[in-house]
Design a protein around this ligand. Structure first.
Ligand SMILES: C[S@@+](CC[C@H](N)C(=O)[O-])C[C@H]1O[C@@H](n2cnc3c(N)ncnc32)[C@H](O)[C@@H]1O
Length: 375
């Protein structure tokens, strides 16, 4: 099967590395924020249960060159729709990039019509359309003359982690935190500190990764509605991974070791309000004993760690001199002998460190940079 996975734009290589690790996939970039690869139904179950960097996994139904809207209609009509889709309401999301004489809404419309026509021809039934909350969500991408139609297998995006009970004013997307941890080559033996942790996303994601805990243990995937997938098999797979609530007698040796790993994870923030928030999220993730939350000022507090992964303040809500904050923070990193720093910022020029790697990415309406440094 040809599959797509969506992720944070600019971090496709990080998602591809995770896909290789989890299912042996050889993923390449389809377009910004989307990678493509070959995989099996089993790989889909594994990715929905374990991927930390991806947002959605989709199965490609049609893929090829087209010249115009009629070409798009023909490609979508060519799909064996009765084999792939249930009798259920569906919606098409169109995305277009390039020079065309029509819009992404036109793309979605033509695909929608082709799906209705093709399904009726095959089964005699007219599929109902629901654009707001469809049971079956189709993605139609037109990038220059390449048209790809895919069905979403995920449902609710994987970046919505259930532990996020308390929301920060400027929260880091959990999939981005997980990607930054990969860029930092974080492993369970490292002492990791996020000195400006806000609601605690980075150390919580580190703990979930170190214990191989599923990022979405409660996921009710969209594939449940699709004919070629077996949701019970997926749920079994997911339940097998999530051992945090299981009684100790049910744990095999490896998992027991995993849960008792001596993790060294600290979330710091100078504001008590965010320390409380981080504790709420940490506890919701079942990690009360694993992540320490400490009130400290990053300009002053000693910083001894193997790994620092941080979403630096961008200066929109902080009135203090941002350059000064970045400068004193860099001093603490050097004094503490920190091995690896991965920092997300919109002001990379303020950090007086030479990055080994940098990733440019859109962050809401801002342009941000992830810097990978060895301070
Ligand atoms: C962009 S937010 C981090 C958001 C976090 N990654 C999350 O997902 O919730 C930056 C945080 O840095 C904290 N902060 C700003 N200056 C600080 C300082 N000098 N020392 C410690 N924390 C600081 C702010 O209180 C804020 O919570």
């Amino acid at each position: 099967m040809h599959l797509l996975a969506t992720t944070n734009g600019g971090l496709e290589a990080v998602a591809a590395a995770e896909l290789a690790e989890l299912v042996g996939a050889d993923a390449t970039v389809h377009h910004r924020g989307v990678v493509e690869f070959e995989g099996s139904v089993d790989d889909v179950y594994a990715l929905l249960a374990r991927s930390r960097t991806c947002h959605r996994v989709l199965e490609v139904l049609a893929d090829g060159r087209v010249e115009d809207l009629e070409g798009i209609y023909d490609r979508a009509r060519g799909v064996d729709l009765a084999r792939h889709l249930p009798f259920a309401d569906f919606g098409v999301v169109g995305t277009r990039h390039g020079d065309h004489g029509f819009t992404s809404v036109d793309v979605a419309d033509r695909v929608g019509q082709a799906v209705i026509d093709g399904y009726r021809e095959a089964t005699g039934d007219r599929l109902p359309v629901d654009l707001d909350d469809p049971t079956v969500r189709l993605e139609a991408y037109l990038y220059d003359d390449r048209f790809t139609l895919a069905v979403d297998l995920t449902g609710d995006s994987l970046h919505r982690r259930p532990y996020r009970v308390c929301t920060h004013d400027a929260p880091l997307r959990a999939t981005m935190a997980a990607s930054m941890l990969r860029l930092a080559s974080y492993t369970s033996g490292d002492r990791l500190v996020d000195p400006m942790a806000g609601s605690g996303t980075v150390p919580i994601e580190a703990a979930l990764a170190a214990t191989d805990s599923p990022p979405r243990p409660e996921l009710d995937p969209a594939l449940a509605a699709l004919p070629r997938y077996d949701v019970a098999t997926f749920q079994d797979r997911l339940a097998g991974l999530d051992r945090r609530d299981a009684p100790p007698s049910d744990l095999d040796l490896d998992l027991d070791l995993n849960l008792n790993l001596d993790l060294n994870l600290e979330a710091r923030d100078r504001r008590e309000r965010w320390c409380r928030c981080a504790r709420v999220n940490r506890d919701a993730a079942g990690l009360s004993e694993v992540v320490e939350v400490v009130r400290a000022d990053a300009r002053e507090a000693t910083l001894e760690a193997d790994c620092v992964v941080v979403n630096l303040p961008f200066g929109i809500r902080v009135s203090e001199d941002l350059r000064e904050l970045y400068r004193t923070f860099a001093d603490r990193l050097r004094e503490g002998g920190v091995d690896r720093l991965v920092a997300l910022t919109t002001k990379p020029e303020f950090l007086p460190l030479e990055p080994r790697e940098r990733y440019e990415l859109p962050y809401g309406r801002l342009d941000a940079t992830i810097l990978v440094c060895e301070p």
